[in-house]
Design a protein around this ligand. Structure first.
Ligand SMILES: NC(=O)c1ccc[n+]([C@@H]2O[C@H](COP(=O)([O-])OP(=O)(O)OC[C@H]3O[C@@H](n4cnc5c(N)ncnc54)[C@H](O)[C@@H]3O)[C@@H](O)[C@H]2O)c1
Length: 499
């Protein structure tokens, strides 16, 4: 703010100096001495107006608050637009209010506008450059994620492998902790990369977790038994991995000085409702999967301190291809079925779901990882985009557009999940918007099946439920781990476990 103040005043003084050196006014009254005295009078009488107008417009436009957490290019675009707006307001007010002996003519306005714009935007570009070069965050003092390793727990999964690739491309050092339930193939291409370290381990095993946390500044916790039906297979394992392990992770992460923990929750915590749900809406999970997410969220938010910053991410339902394709997700499954079998059945077509492409999701997580802590700490974010709230019948229509020969049948069943979600917060706080539409995902799957890149989409590798039913859920390896998990799981889970 102080720099902005100085730039505005310097720009005005430079503009007056230039107009005196190169007068353009035809009226004789505007000789150099009159101009000098009119400028002096103007400057001192409008000192307050000049000092306050710009900070007020900047503040109202969010430049001193949420725009600070935007990605650099978006931030500079927004900033340039707001500076132009402030200059327009300034010039308009001058012309409207000061009719007589107004020294702010065209030449002064142009010089002032040019110098102010260059100075105000230039100083931001310089600041961004310094931040990028020195790896120091906006707050300077606090340790930033760029300085330490990012630990991705569950980094070999559908979302994880896409995120890991994204972070490595950005130049981050990444460690993956994953017990490779579905294999390591998804990150095989990165295993020799100098910025990737893979730690084979179970997030329920305290030794594995401590080892993985060495010199880590941020964690993205994705590991879970994922999906309602997969969680129903084995309640004990689900509770251990999806809830008790999160509680243990919180304690170890705090002990190791981790600054930021991003937790993968789900928009399915909103359950069945006709309302538009935002982050303040009541949660009403309709499954054990949703229960474990809500309980983990609460444990995380309660654990926040001045040095430990949890961030809750409620993901929309994901679609699209990653190195670990999943065909147990509605858009992917219906696209593959329509392509291979020429017909699909839509159950409960009027139910709403929010969707997000897996690569957009990786971008959103990367943004939340690098956003200033002041913008994200202790916050819940629905992760998606308002224009990707669709009914299942809408999904069918998109598939029909891409694959017109597919036959679509509509039916009803007992699944009552129905939620439409508001994603304004993540857009406003970190400038996140989805780049991919449903149609992109459907086409991607069609192309992968056409080129035989995937093979049979019904292979159990592509379905969490199918795979875990066949191979069994990943049991704890030792009695000690089971005891630790029971301790973190707490009393409230006893009924679930004995059920
Ligand atoms: N895919 C979606 O549509 C979606 C939607 C909302 C939320 N989420 C959440 O996002 C996260 C990632 O989902 P995904 O689709 O990538 O799932 P996924 O099943 O593909 O990946 C999960 C990963 O976690 C690992 N893992 C499981 N148990 C582990 C353990 N005990 N220790 C270490 N690693 C373990 C698995 O090996 C796998 O690599 C999950 O927390 C999920 O609940 C996903």
């Amino acid at each position: 703010m102080i720099a902005d103040f100085a730039i505005i005043h310097c720009a005005m003084l430079i503009a007056f100096a230039v107009s005196m050196a190169y007068p353009t006014h035809g009226d004789e009254w505007w000789n150099a001495s009159n101009l000098a005295s009119a400028s002096r009078h103007y400057y001192f009488s409008r000192f307050l107006f000049l000092s306050l107008l710009f900070p007020i417009v900047f503040f109202l436009s969010g430049l001193y608050t949420h725009v600070r957490s935007y990605p650099t290019t978006t931030k500079l675009e927004r900033f340039s637009a707001v500076v132009l707006l402030s200059l327009t307001v300034f010039i308009a007010v001058n012309y409207l209010l000061i009719q007589h002996a107004n020294p702010i003519g065209r030449s002064v306005s142009l010089t002032f506008g040019g110098v102010a714009l260059a100075g105000l935007v230039g100083i931001r570009i310089g600041k961004e450059w310094l931040i990028g070069r020195e790896g120091t965050g906006a707050k300077g003092k606090s340790k930033t994620p760029e300085q330490g390793t990012v630990l991705v727990i569950g980094g070999a999964g559908y979302i994880g492998c896409c995120l890991v690739e994204r972070l490595i491309r950005e130049g981050k050092r990444v460690r993956v902790l994953d017990n490779a339930v579905y294999g390591l193939e998804p990150i095989q291409n990165l295993l020799n990369h100098p910025n990737l370290e893979y730690v084979y381990g179970d997030c329920r095993n305290i030794q594995d977790v401590v080892k993985a946390l060495h010199q880590v500044s941020s964690i993205v916790h994705l590991a879970a038994i994922v999906g309602d039906p997969a969680c129903e297979l084995d309640h004990r394992t689900t509770i251990e991995i999806n809830y008790a392990a999160t509680r243990m992770l919180i304690e170890v992460a705090k002990g190791c000085g981790v600054e930021r923990l991003l937790f993968a929750s789900s928009c399915s915590v909103y359950g069945a409702t006709d309302e538009l749900m935002d982050e303040n809406s009541a949660v009403q999970p309709v499954s054990l999967y949703g229960d474990t997410k809500v309980s983990s969220e609460r444990a995380l938010l309660e654990s926040a301190t001045a040095n430990f910053h949890p961030v809750i991410m409620r993901f929309a339902t994901v679609f699209g291809l990653s190195n670990r394709p999943r065909f147990d997700l509605v858009v992917n499954l219906l696209s593959a079925k329509a392509k291979q079998e020429g017909r699909i059945t839509i159950f409960n077509g009027q139910q709403w779901r929010p969707f997000i492409h897996v690569r957009d999701l990786a971008d959103a997580i990367a943004l939340l990882l690098s956003a200033p802590l002041s913008a994200v700490s202790r916050e819940i974010f629905n992760v998606g985009d308002n224009h990707l709230n669709c009914t299942l019948a809408d999904v069918a229509e998109v598939i029909r557009r891409v694959l017109p020969q597919a036959r679509i049948e509509h039916r009803e069943n007992a699944d009552r999940r129905n939620y439409r979600v508001d994603f304004t917060k993540i857009k406003n706080r970190v400038g996140f918007r989805c780049q991919y539409a449903l149609e992109d995902g459907v086409r991607e799957i069609q192309a992968a099946l056409d080129s035989n890149e995937i093979g049979d989409y019904r292979d159990i590798r592509f379905s969490n439920l199918g795979f875990l039913r066949e191979t069994g859920t990943p049991e704890n390896k030792s009695e000690f781990d089971a005891a630790v998990m029971a301790a973190f799981g707490g009393e409230r889970w006893a009924s679930h476990i004995s059920a």
